[in-house]
Write a protein that binds this ligand. Structure first.
Ligand code: NIG
Ligand code: FE
Length: 398
């Protein structure tokens, strides 16, 4: 059993309810012992047990690794020209998804694999220790299955998004496409996926199709997440709550009834502990589509659990940077730095229904980052600066 002591931590964000200083459970001037990939002990450095190796944090801040619960990494090509057109005044409609579908179908496995690994590597260097990865740019049985196979090589959090849009060849018969998604495509995808997701939006899938697809996924044991209320108001958020989704993502256009549904999610479900439906906000998408940001304050004040994620994809949000999303959330969405850091770590873990990550206490997975800064505040205070000095995943220095 090998052990590692992270020593001389100036500020430790634990996200542990037993900690001090509000929701981040901040502890100061401590050391943290890792054994077998887990946190084994936290306390003052002078009381630290002996360890095989030492990592000197030199008074820096140490945080749980970011949990990016929403990313689309399996694609080919880019859509920089579409971004330029938007910055010149064109609106974002999601219509470009089909461009990426064409490029992805034409790409070889190694090209897709290289892109996934490049983006996963970028994210890791920016502190992301867990990253959910969706399919959704294949939209044939074979292309969705291979997208998920490639995603599963680098993440255990994989999501089947065969219902991203109706592909061009099914444009005039969407019912047939829904049948394909629920039948052979789901059968080929499910062995490689933990989750199922649907883009429930005007121009993508209506509420009846979305409900049918998500129910088919649930029936084969996949957990539910929904792309909802991104481009306009709609039924996606309430559908997600109705089905007990782990997360509804985007949440940019919400009615009071949507917020109420999220605030009471979980409470109305039958016996036993059922975790809530998280509202996952994706400010990279609003940045890159020049759209109004979601109202995080309204959700937080209503008691909704909020997560932050990148939505990394070549169309609406080509960033793998959780620090960037934290900074946007603080500056543009009226989240406090503490709320944003919590949402990007513990919030993401809840959106993936994981209790082993997103916090640092005895028993948690030793997924953490050491900042080149004395406090978590610097993530938003020093936007665009590479502040992630070192990352541990499963207790292993990356
Ligand atoms: O989450 N909204 C749907 N899907 C992606 C965008 C995909 C694309 O534009 O290629 C999103 O923003
Ligand atoms: Fe997305």
């Amino acid at each position: 059993m090998s052990s590692l002591l992270v020593d001389d931590i100036g500020e430790l964000v634990t996200n542990d309810l037993g900690g001090e200083d509000g929701p981040l459970g901040i502890r100061r001037d401590v050391a943290l012992l890792v054994e077998d990939g887990r946190v084994a002990w936290i306390g003052p450095s002078r009381d630290a047990p002996a360890a095989d190796r030492h990592l000197d944090a030199r008074g820096a801040a140490v945080l749980p690794g970011f949990v990016d619960s929403h990313a689309h990494l399996v694609f080919a090509g880019d859509r920089a020209a579409e971004f330029a057109a938007r910055m010149a005044g064109q609106p974002y409609t999601g219509g470009g998804i089909r461009t990426t579908v064409g490029a992805t179908r034409a790409a070889g496995d190694d090209e897709l694999r290289a892109t996934v690994r490049r983006l996963r590597g970028e994210a890791l260097r920016q502190g992301t220790t867990t990253m959910e990865i969706k399919s959704g740019y294949g939209l044939t049985v074979a292309d969705e299955a291979r997208s998920l196979r490639i995603a599963a090589e680098v993440s255990e959090e994989t999501t089947f998004l065969g219902a991203h849009v109706v592909p061009a060849e099914y444009a005039d018969r969407p019912d047939d496409y829904v049948g394909l998604v629920c039948g052979p495509m789901l059968a080929a995808a499910a062995p490689h996926a933990r989750w199922i997701d649907v883009f429930c939006e005007r121009g993508a899938f209506d509420v009846d199709h979305a409900r049918a697809i998500l129910a088919c996924g649930q029936a084969v044991g996949l957990g539910v997440r929904v792309h909802a209320n991104q481009l306009g108001p709609g039924p996606g958020v309430q559908l997600g709550v109705e089905l007990g989704a782990a997360s509804v993502d985007h949440c940019t256009h919400l009615t009071d009834a949507d917020v109420d549904a999220l605030a009471s999610a979980g409470e109305t479900w039958v016996s036993g502990f059922v975790p809530t439906t998280v509202a996952t906000l994706l400010p990279g998408a609003e940045f890159s589509t020049r759209s109004p940001y979601p109202d995080a304050r309204r959700l937080l004040d209503a008691g909704v659990t909020v997560a932050l994620a990148t939505d990394c994809n070549p169309g609406s949000s080509y960033t793998s940077s959780m620090p960037f999303c934290v900074a946007l959330a603080v500056r543009e969405m009226r989240m406090t730095p503490a709320e944003a850091v919590w949402a990007a770590t513990a919030g993401g873990a809840r959106a993936l229904r994981r209790d082993d990550i997103g916090w640092l206490g005895v028993g948690a997975r030793a997924d953490l980052m050491i900042l080149d800064a004395p406090s978590h505040l610097h993530l938003a205070y020093r936007p665009g600066v590479p502040l992630i000095r070192q990352v541990l995943r499963n207790g292993v220095l990356q």
